[in-house]
Design a protein around this ligand. Structure first.
Ligand SMILES: [Zn+2]
Length: 173
């Protein structure tokens, strides 16, 4: 079943998500629904709070690799940063350049309750950082200055009622 993606400024996007204590069928069903939602919406990643579930679960789908990670933690981050265009399925229609660490190591649990460690670089690293931010109530627009953010949000307000007026690139996380 496809889930509804909650849009900014829904307060659920600002909540800090809770750790998953038990990887049960309920979590696995949620993961299935998130994968389906992400594929239908043609995005690179999705975090549970975007479908209004404040649990620490993310889906990352980059270059034919699908990662489903519970309780993801960024345990290592390169000092080197890179700029890249980002958008968000919860703030459709706007995109901007964001600085992120070039490489990260993400640790967490698979749906089988096994430890997973991913060394990510480039786009994959960017998507992981974006999705882990969601679990902490942080949005990509928080990474730009106040003036730029206000400009982006103004643009978003204009587009909100007619989201199809702008062609969408697959830069939606
Ligand atoms: Zn997002």
């Amino acid at each position: 079943m496809r889930r509804e993606i909650h849009l900014y400024p829904d307060p659920v996007l600002r909540q800090r998500s809770e750790p998953i204590l038990k990887l049960d069928d309920e979590i696995r069903a949620l993961a299935d629904e998130m994968v389906e939602t992400l594929i239908l919406r043609v995005g690179y990643g999705l975090a549970a709070p975007q479908v209004s579930v404040t649990k620490r679960l993310i889906i990352v789908d980059v270059e034919d690799e699908l990662y489903i990670v519970a309780n993801p933690e960024i345990v290592k981050m390169s000092a080197e940063k890179v700029l890249g265009i980002e958008g968000c399925l919860s703030i459709p229609g706007i995109e901007t350049e964001i600085e992120r660490a070039k490489q990260v190591r993400v640790e967490g649990l698979t749906l089988q309750n096994e430890k997973i460690s991913v060394d990510a670089e480039g786009l994959l690293a960017r998507v992981f950082q974006h999705e882990v931010d969601h679990l902490n109530g942080i949005l990509f627009i928080d990474h730009v200055g106040r003036a730029k953010r206000q400009l982006l949000l103004k643009e978003y307000e204009k587009l909100k009622d007619k989201p199809k007026t702008k062609a969408r690139a697959k830069a939606l996380l």
